[in-house]
Design a protein around this ligand. Structure first.
Ligand code: FAD
Length: 622
């Protein structure tokens, strides 16, 4: 091996969504960083749907942005249709989603990486880790070059031993058009990692020129697109519509006729696929009574005719794909530009990670993204950001940044992964977060900006702007609790309109805002200055006041839970000799090796009684 002359603090392997955030975070914190990837032209490529955000995923993007990551700004600059979902539901489940111009998204991210100080980019395939005394000190590459680094972050996505399936045809690939990563996962097995197999799939990309859009129902974005990033003022670019189409009984018949040549049903695919994101053949088999399945025909960009039929992923043979896509109304003449396929790949059980995303087996080695068994760009980017931050903090000799389950969806996801592991592709859902009302999209900056600034990721100017907003909210909350509406000042007309006839005592503005449908705009009738506050501040006032009771209740629960999180368990804890625990519980704790009592309490089968015994054993150890 030829050893490369320059030595790095952080080496990131892979430039997908995890790798880009990891590399930018480390470099922005100020340590020398190297990003290695198989193909420099496929940086931040969207392997599947050309969209960012959605339920719970939008929360992750906002959190990434609040901490100083890039995903939010990248989609704001390259999005072609923005929508806020669940606007009629409570603020906890409102979520942002945007269609992306896929090529623009990739190109902008590459430019951002290239313009970043402290960051070098190189196109190579990493085939092994280089260890010294059991800790990682660099990586070896297929070209025969060894790169040395104090820390290494693996973000290999779907590439390790990637195997693409189209019907009964299969061939190695990291994703369509990309080579797989060969050798690296075998080395990880040698180091003791528990490497498993997962599977995911993607629909065909269709030629939009051969679709009769007049037969489809258009779906437009929001009239006033709302940006993802707290730093983006306005989405300037025009938006484009998606279209809705449906399968029918004929499509389902065609699909059923191809099942004997489906690699999934023929038992050729061994990897476990995402339950919540089934292929079209899965939907047809599992829900035989359903007469039709909906698909959104999503444009892949402004300058391309390629479109993405969402929810129509399949690994059926190409002749079945031709027939079933053409059985859909409006798609009778459709041409497939890229076939649908499934991919199997290696992942590493995330139970072998600390909450900092450093591996328990190899010091200074971090794993982030799909390699940890997750699925989705946002999940990957969030982990990449945390791994990048923590690798940089390690180099600086500082403690890692670990977000709690009450602080961020990112904290929930990482805790789920490292505490419970995963046997199937993990994706984020709002239902995974027990403190949903605290973890809203709208308050991600209030939750996390401070932390992003502390680690050195949020620039001073941005931080100052944030402090102004925070102070403004705090001052205004005090003002609203003090200012009062008196019966005489209100006048009879307004009292009647606001259902306050007969009101005896003055009531605070806060009290008025607590009413379900009462908005700042309503309040402006008696307090016009409120409309001069920024919209984001008014939004906070309404949400924080209306949901105060629920929020306070969740905060009390958090207080109790945090005590368990702070109780650290030493890495060499001898679980097997703790008296009073059942053999099953001892073995479970020994296998999971939790870092804190909080983590231990979330392991399935560990009872509160077990936690009490464990905490007594911890105290006895001193
Ligand atoms: P990736 O985006 O896969 O990036 C991995 C990067 O690592 C690439 O740049 C690659 O070149 C590089 N790399 C790999 N090995 C090496 C090596 N040895 N040396 C150097 N560089 C290396 N997500 C969903 O949410 N829903 C879906 O329905 C869905 N379907 C999918 C279908 C398919 C066919 C594929 C391929 C992916 C799908 N995904 C889906 C997953 C989504 O693409 C990933 O979750 C996301 O891209 C993961 O990001 P990542 O950064 O971990 O990895």
């Amino acid at each position: 091996m030829i050893v490369y002359e320059k030595k790095y603090d952080v080496i990131v392997v892979g430039a997908g969504h995890a790798g880009c955030e990891a590399a930018l975070a480390a470099a922005r914190i100020g340590v020398s960083t190297l990003l290695l990837t198989i193909n420099l032209d496929a940086i931040a490529l969207m392997s599947c749907n050309p969209a960012i955000g959605g339920l719970a995923k939008g929360h992750l993007v906002k959190e990434i942005d609040a901490l100083g990551g890039e995903m939010g700004r990248n989609i704001d600059a390259t999005g072609i249709q923005f929508r806020v979902l669940n606007t009629r539901k409570g603020p906890a489940v409102r979520a942002s989603r945007a269609q992306a111009d896929k090529q623009q998204y990739r190109l902008r991210m590459k430019t951002v990486l290239e313009q970043q100080d402290n960051l070098d980019l190189k196109q190579v395939e990493v085939t092994a880790l280089h260890l010294d005394g059991g800790a990682v000190v660099g990586v070896d590459t297929r070209g025969g070059v060894r790169f040395l680094g104090k820390t290494v972050i693996l973000t290999t996505g779907t590439f390790m031993r990637g195997l693409i399936h189209i019907g009964l045809v299969h061939y190695p690939g990291g994703r369509a058009g990309d080579l797989p990563s060969v050798g690296l996962s075998e080395r990880l097995v040698d180091y003791g990692f528990d490497v498993g197999r997962l599977k995911t799939g993607t629909p065909a990309r269709l030629d939009g020129r051969t679709i009769d859009f007049n037969k489809l129902e258009p779906q437009y974005g929001d009239e006033r697109p709302v940006p993802f990033s707290f730093s983006t003022e306005k989405i300037e670019q025009p938006q484009v519509p998606c279209h809705i189409a449906y399968t029918n009984e004929k499509s389902h018949e065609i699909i059923r006729s191809g099942l004997d040549r489906s690699p999934l049903y023929a038992g050729i695919i061994e990897g476990i696929g995402p339950r919540y994101c089934p292929s079209i053949e899965d939907k047809v088999v599992r829900f035989p009574d359903k007469e039709r399945h909906q698909t959104f025909i999503e444009p892949e960009g402004r300058d391309t005719v390629e479109v993405y039929p969402s929810g129509m992923s399949t690994s059926l043979p190409i002749d079945i794909q031709w027939a079933f896509y053409r059985s859909i109304e409006g798609l009778e003449r459709v041409e497939i530009m890229r076939p649908a396929y499934a991919i199997e790949y290696d992942y590493v059980n995330p139970i072998q990670l600390h909450a900092s995303l450093e591996t328990k087996l190899v010091p200074n080695l971090y794993h982030a993204g799909q390699i940890n068994g997750t699925s989705g760009y946002e999940e990957a980017a969030a982990q990449g950001l945390m791994a990048g931050i923590n690798a940089a903090l390690r180099v600086q000799g500082k403690d890692p940044l670990v977000l709690g389950r009450h602080e961020a969806y990112i904290g929930v996801m990482i805790d789920d992964l490292v505490t419970l592991g995963t046997k199937e592709p993990y994706r984020m859902f709002t239902s995974r977060a027990e403190y949903r009302l605290l973890l809203r999209e709208d308050n991600a900056d209030l939750r996390l900006r401070e932390k992003g600034h502390e680690v050195g990721l949020v620039p001073e100017e941005t931080y100052k702007g944030f402090l102004v907003k925070k102070e403004c909210i705090e001052n205004e909350l005090v003002r609203l609790s003090k200012e009062r509406l008196t019966p005489s000042a209100a006048g009879e007309e307004l009292l009647a309109e606001w259902d306050l006839v007969g009101m005896q005592n003055a009531i605070s503005y806060e009290h008025l805002l607590r009413r379900p449908d009462f908005t700042c705009e309503d309040l402006s009738r008696i307090y016009p200055e409120i409309m001069e506050l920024p919209e984001a501040v008014r939004e906070q006032l309404e949400i924080q006041i209306k949901y105060q009771g629920y929020i306070n209740r969740q905060l009390e629960q958090v207080e109790r839970a945090v005590k368990l999180e702070h109780a650290k368990i030493p890495a060499d804890m001898d679980y097997l000799s703790i008296p009073g625990l059942s053999t099953e519980v001892r073995e479970k704790l020994d296998r999971f090796r939790p870092d804190t009592l909080g983590q231990a309490s979330r392991i399935p089968g560990i009872t509160p009684a077990g936690i009490t015994i464990l905490s007594i054993a911890l105290k006895a150890r001193g």
